[in-house]
Design a protein around this ligand. Structure first.
Ligand SMILES: Nc1ncnc2c1ncn2[C@@H]1O[C@H](COP(=O)(O)OP(=O)(O)OP(=O)(O)O)[C@@H](O)[C@H]1O
Ligand SMILES: O=C(O)C1=C[C@@H](O)[C@@H](O)[C@H](O)C1
Ligand SMILES: [Mg+2]
Length: 169
């Protein structure tokens, strides 16, 4: 058992929005590890960061991803920082992994003031710039496919994702 596609990318890439739309087009389930973590912790992500700290969030994230990769058959969106962990990058090998890329200007517009995204609560633009530069090679290293999302509508991106899965299969 494996996800039909795992979606990665920085905050604001549209992993949740596009992943959900692609799952609907494919007629499969959608899951988002950020949401699964919230269910498991019994509280929203900002509260996990605030109460327990980022290392506790990352530990929960690693565990949820390891379990889900082996048990979920729909479209799976990962949190923006999931690929920071080497073990997670290794676990993604052999999976169909779609990197939704986005340039800083569109990402900034999409995340706005960073509400609900604890890492972006102070100076979202500068933080996002730094995070995206640091992580771009990591997203690229796990990706089997990359889709540029700038100046494109989520439905169009979801249709491209579905088309590339069909061509790959
Ligand atoms: N292609 C797009 N064009 C315009 N707006 C978009 C696009 N994709 C997503 N958005 C909007 O940008 C915001 C962030 O999208 P979304 O939550 O799907 O990103 P994400 O990659 O899941 O981020 P995170 O890593 O924080 O979970 C949402 O308000 C969404 O409606
Ligand atoms: O970019 C990140 O490190 C994060 C992105 C979100 O998806 C959440 O997983 C969390 O807010 C951390
Ligand atoms: Mg998301």
């Amino acid at each position: 058992m494996a996800p039909v596609a795992v979606v990665v990318g920085p905050p604001g890439a549209g992993k949740t929005t596009v992943g959900l739309a692609a799952a609907a087009l494919l007629g499969v389930e959608f899951a988002d590890t950020d949401h699964l973590i919230e269910v498991r912790a019994g509280k929203p992500i900002p509260e996990i960061f605030f109460d327990d700290g980022e290392p506790a969030f990352r530990a929960l994230e690693r565990a949820v991803i390891a379990e889900t990769l082996g048990s979920f058959e729909g479209v799976l969106a990962l949190g923006g920082g999931a690929i920071l962990h080497e073990g997670t990058r290794e676990a993604l090998r052999g999976h169909t992994v779609v990197f939704l890329s986005v340039e800083l200007s569109d990402a900034v517009k999409r995340v706005g003031l960073g509400v609900g995204r604890p890492l972006l609560s102070i100076n979202p633009r500068a933080t996002l710039k730094y995070l995206m530069e640091e992580r771009r090679p990591l997203y690229a290293s796990v990706a089997t496919h990359t889709i540029a999302t700038d100046a494109r509508e989520p439905d169009e991106i979801a249709a491209e994702l579905v088309a590339l899965l069909k061509n790959a299969g």
